[in-house]
Design a protein around this ligand. Structure first.
Ligand SMILES: O=C(O)CCC(=O)C(=O)O
Ligand SMILES: [Fe+2]
Length: 214
């Protein structure tokens, strides 16, 4: 039977709605193994706008010039909020923690990414290679939240699953890679496709296997 081979997920929510405090997050679609969940109403429009405003003048441009090679994995600009840096960020972190079924202490700071036209995040895994020091407390799951509507392009693509998600403000995509079967983890390979028109803003939460915050 197919179900006998299914591994246990971190994400425990069933059905189509997840009520967290005042927010009613909706499950739009699920890809079962590896688990990829498309979510709506993760953030309100006001929260999306505020995350953009708060991060705007703290973005650092990725290195260009000498290092501008075709193999530059990420060409967007980014920043991290400090963990629980203010009440607003703290509330968002609590919601994300409940949504991801992982205690807030396992979370890295929320990362903001900004893509201008032609910028992209080439196919990658979010977890660290086994031989790296960071792998001692590796990442286990990701939530990508879209902070604006992109005019054209900027899809999140899972090439090994033939799955593509078009960014829409307030929506999110969740996936996990803590399976015993390393092939399933590898299949969470994903990319932020080049923005064609307009710009793209995302917020990303990565969760670690063990508490990460000091
Ligand atoms: O921008 C995207 O769609 C992908 C972002 C991403 O892969 C990440 O933040 O780890
Ligand atoms: Fe990623």
């Amino acid at each position: 039977m197919l179900t006998s081979t299914l591994e246990k997920n971190i994400f425990e929510h069933q059905g189509s709605k997840i009520k967290i405090e005042q927010q009613e997050v909706q499950i739009i679609a699920r890809y079962e193994q590896p688990l990829v969940v498309v979510l709506d109403h993760v953030l309100t429009n006001e929260e999306c706008d505020r995350l953009i405003t708060l991060s705007q003048n703290r973005l650092a441009r990725s290195k260009i010039g000498a290092s501008k090679h075709v193999n530059d994995i990420r060409t967007s600009s980014s920043m991290f909020f400090d963990e629980n840096e203010n009440e607003f960020i703290g509330e968002i972190e609590q919601r994300i923690s409940a949504l991801m079924c992982v205690p807030v202490e396992h979370g890295e700071g929320i990362q903001i990414l900004h893509y201008a036209p032609e910028q992209q995040f080439k196919a990658h895994h979010d977890y660290f290679v086994e031989t790296s020091r960071a792998a001692a407390n590796n990442r286990i799951s990701t939530l990508i939240m879209y902070l604006n509507d992109v005019e054209e392009g900027g899809e999140t693509l899972f090439p090994e699953l033939n799955l593509s998600i078009s960014p829409r403000k307030g929506m999110g995509v969740y996936f996990e890679y803590f399976y015993n079967d390393s092939l399933l983890n590898k299949q969470t390979l994903h990319a932020g496709m080049p923005v064609v028109k307009g710009e793209k803003w995302v917020a990303t939460q990565w969760m670690r296997r063990k508490p990460y915050r000091v």
